[in-house]
Ligand binder design. Structure first.
Ligand SMILES: CC(C)(COP(=O)(O)OP(=O)(O)OC[C@H]1O[C@@H](n2cnc3c(N)ncnc32)[C@H](O)[C@@H]1OP(=O)(O)O)[C@@H](O)C(=O)NCCC(=O)NCCS
Length: 251
């Protein structure tokens, strides 16, 4: 996992980078501010999330703090011109990850996200959505943990390095690591409306599991409620190669 390498040049290109300019390497503590920045500027299905949640600190804590601070050995970055332009943040055993509800509660009490302009509206709308979902018996599951796919991940790239195999390289490195340590599978959650990401994960062998569940507080720019789709990938640990449901090699 620790060899630094450039990204394969197969596949689509986009933005102003070429694949050969991007190096995938292990996360280092100096990457932390940039990882948090990328999280916020790609936080709504790859677009900036500030129109929905204007506080980078609490948003980045929710989606990156466990991975950078408690399990940094499972994090990878894609670096361009000496700066991280994307990341894959992994967790080998999801039972160890910090509870998002706990992080949310801490920021509610200490950072005042329930009263801060730019976050308060979503916080109170979330509470309202949970009440409505409970009445309709459509609450999201309390946990998606399953011993068949105990690992999980988050992946986000800046637009300038998308569409040229960087995501696939990050993903293959992460899945190889999981096979090396004998982890039986991996899951992830993405917005049900994030069709590009779902296509990407499917091309990596992940499959949708169940129907999308509700995402309290989240709305599209035009006001529709967003959903969350669980995706899973059982891994074959024999012969370090193919997951059970097919895998495309990109690197
Ligand atoms: C999703 C993301 C990680 C994919 O990484 P990427 O480097 O752009 O993807 P790759 O170039 O490695 O693509 C690999 C394969 O995935 C599929 N794919 C990737 N992006 C796709 C898209 N937008 N639509 C359809 N298929 C896509 C293709 O099959 C592609 O193979 P091809 O190039 O031979 O056609 C990246 O685009 C991204 O960060 N997007 C914004 C943030 C986001 O949505 N993150 C996921 C949140 S859970």
């Amino acid at each position: 996992m620790c060899d630094h390498r450039t990204v394969g040049t197969t596949g689509r290109r986009s933005g102003d980078a070429t694949a050969a300019e991007v190096v995938v390497r292990p996360y280092e503590s100096r990457d932390r501010p940039q990882v948090r920045h990328i999280c916020h500027v790609t936080g709504y299905m790859g677009e900036p999330v500030d129109w929905l949640w204007r506080d980078t600190e609490s948003f980045a804590d929710l989606f990156t703090a466990y991975y950078t601070d408690a399990e940094p050995e499972s994090a990878l970055v894609a670096e361009r011109d000496g700066v991280a332009a994307g990341y894959l943040l992994g967790c080998v055993d999801s039972r160890r990850a910090w509870s998002p509800a706990g992080i949310f509660g801490r920021h509610f009490l200490r950072r005042g996200i329930g009263f801060r302009p730019g976050t308060a509206g979503v916080v109170w709308r979330s509470f309202g959505d949970v009440i409505v979902d409970a009445m309709r018996r459509r609450l999201p599951p309390a946990s998606v943990y399953d011993e068949r796919w105990p690992a999980h991940l988050h992946i986000d790239l800046l637009p300038s390095v998308r569409g040229m195999g960087v995501g696939a390289t990050l993903m293959h490195r992460w899945l190889d690591t999981l096979r090396d340590v004998g982890v039986p599978g991996c899951h992830l959650e993405t917005m049900g409306e994030n069709h590009g990401a779902i296509a990407f994960f499917e091309s990596m062998g992940f499959r949708r599991r169940g129907v999308p569940s509700s995402a309290p507080g989240f709305r599209s720019p035009t006001g529709e409620r967003n959903t969350v789709q669980l995706m899973v990938l059982p891994l074959s640990t024999e012969g370090r190669g193919m997951p059970e449901e097919g895998r495309r090699s990109r690197t």
